[in-house]
Each structure stands twice: as structure tokens, then as C-alpha cells.
Design a binder for this molecule. Sequence first.
Ligand code: MEV
Length: 397
Amino acid sequence: MAGAWEGLDPAIADAMIENVVGIFALPNGVAVNLLLNGQDRLVPMVVEEPSVVAAVSNMARLTRAAGGVVGECDASVMIGQVQVSAPAPGAADRLRSAIPSLSALAAGVHPQLVAFGGGLRGMEVRELRYDEPGEDPEDILVLHFFLDCADAMGANMVNTVAERLMPEVVAITGGRSGLRILSNLADRRLVRASVRIPVGLLDEPAVPGRDAADGLDVAKGIAAAWRFAWADPYRAATHNKGIMNGVDAVALATGNDWRAIEAGAHAFAARSGQYRPLSTWKVRDGALLGQLEMPMQVGTVGGPIKVHPTVQQNHAIAGIHGARDLAVMHAAVGLVQNLGALRALAREGIQQGHMRMHARTVALEAGASGLEISQVVEALCRTGEFTVQAARSILGR
Ligand code: MEV
């Protein structure tokens, strides 16, 4: 257990980024109860927000009674972009004709990838036009290439290929060299998770401070909350934030680039022209059906994964079998996290549960320790006054 608390060696931290002045710690929890594709899984999560790990564990327990979460994902195909501006006439056609030779060039950059099940998966030419009103228009030509990065997130691999292709692309198109970089809209690397929960499992008995609820009503409330998000980007942003609470926490715990995942998720959510929820929730044939589909650019090799001891430990806890398995776990957690938020919102609201968790921080701030913490939490919840002052007076300080 010592390693789990110690975290990162300062020497490693110093080698990871620049101007290091310290190590920033966050809580590393483990969500339990997840049955994913018929297997029990523990989910390491790194997050500062109370209720996130508890919500995943609670909703995972609920969904396991319904057979658990089912998930699957595409191959680890990332998109690379090679951009030229002001291309000469006929450049797009010439570039299309050159795809076989460009593909051979690209495939030669990482020949070892094939042995790991990856490799080049194609190319396409995209003709774009910058035509912002009031500005000079501009033609932009982009070569997209698709690289299956196997168990890597793949940013470095894709960027190396993009840089290698650029001189050839400029020579073929007669344009000016532009950007050569991956796209974080990784829509060829989608992951899907789903649950089917018979409404009876959503029945809630009465407890102090909360009435009993019929499962069908709860399911309808969740579906109505989803329709609100579908119709309104203001709500969809918050809905998706709840999904990302789970996804990002797993990404952080497993050493993955959560900014890339975030960027891809939100661009994907806006693909229709309106920002929409990443999940869907509907009531069908006596069951609540939940589905999540989103890009998931995660890896099990590269980045900080092999050098960060806590990340390695989290990989071991999660029992991960490669990048696609890890991607599916992210999606499963995102979906159950979303279920937890919508269920609470459709019922008593999130504040009751949130404030109970928040009370722990208040108790700590007031100087509580050991057994005192839960005593102060209970007392704060009874009074409903979640201030440090109230906690201090409970402690008699
Ligand atoms: C809070 O971190 C996340 C929620 O706001 C998500 C939601 O509203 O669906 C509870």
C-alpha cells in the first residue's frame, strides 16, 4: 500500500514536465460493483469531486442486477491531418492519385506497428474553404490519414507520420506547407456502452426525508431529463459534464490525456450542428435503455504509463487488457455516472447526496479527525447547516 500513498518520485516528475516545483496530489479511489461484459471490474478513479466514485459504485450495483454494462469499441484508429494552403489548380486530384505512394511512405514510418495489430488504414483528401464573411477567402487542402495505433493513444506516432508526409504533399499540390498534426476528433475510434434496466429495479422504498418511488416513474424522469439535454445545449453541456466526471477520473488514474478525450467528446457531441448529449436514455418495453457513444483516444502504453508508479498500480487494479478494453471501461463508467446524476436529478436532486459528501470536507476543515469526522458529518446533515463554524461548534472548538 505504501506506493499508493507515495505517488510520484520527484525525479520522475522533474523529467516529465518543465519547471517542476512540487507534486500535486489528488485522491485516488476505486469504484466497485461494475459488471462489464459479464466480468467483474474494479475501476480506479482520480478525482477531487465528492460523490463521483460513490455514484459509479452505486449505479454499477444497480446495473449489475440487470446483467451489467455491455461495451465494445472500434479499432484504435487515429486521424492525422496534413494541411496545405493555396494549392495549385488540380492539386486535390493529384493528391488523390498519389494516395498509393503516400500510403507506402506513411506505412514505412512505424513498420513495427503491424506486429502489434496496428498500421495504416487509409487516406482521404478533403477540400475546405475558409470563407468567413468580410475576410479574404482561402482554399485549404487536407490529407487525412488513418493510423491504427494499437495499444497506444498514438499522438506521437500520428504526428511523426504527418511530418514525414508533408514535403511530399507540398510537392504534389504546389501549395504552402500548413499544419501536420493529429485530430482529436477521433471519430474512427468510437466506443459504445449500453445498459437495459427493467423498471422494477428502479423502484425506491421510502427512507427518512424521501418518499417511495415507482420504478417506471423514475425511468420516465430519467428519459425526460435526457430529452431536455437533447433539446437544449445549455443542459447538454451539464449532462455531458456528468459523463466526463467518470471518464476523466478513469483517464487520470490510468495516465491518459483527458484533455484529448474532452476535446474529442465535445466536438463529437456537436457533430450534427447542435451540441447534444453523448448518451441516450429511453423507456422501452418495461425497461430503461441507456447508451453512450463517444470517441475514446486512450492507451495502455506510452505517455506517463510506464514511468508513473501509481498509474501502473491503477492498471493492475483495473486488470486492463489493452487500449480497447480500457476504452470500454471509460465508456461504461461514463454511462453509469450519467445514470447516477440523472436518477438523482429526476428525484431528490443532487444536493442532498452532494452535501453529505461535502460535509466531510467541512468537518476536516474544522479540525475533525478519526471518528469525529463521521460524527460531525451526521450532525451537519441533521441540522442542514454545512459551515465550518457549525462543525467547530459541534466539536466544541
Ligand atoms: C456535477 O459534477 C455533474 C452533474 O451536474 C451532471 C448533471 O447535471 O447531469 C450532476
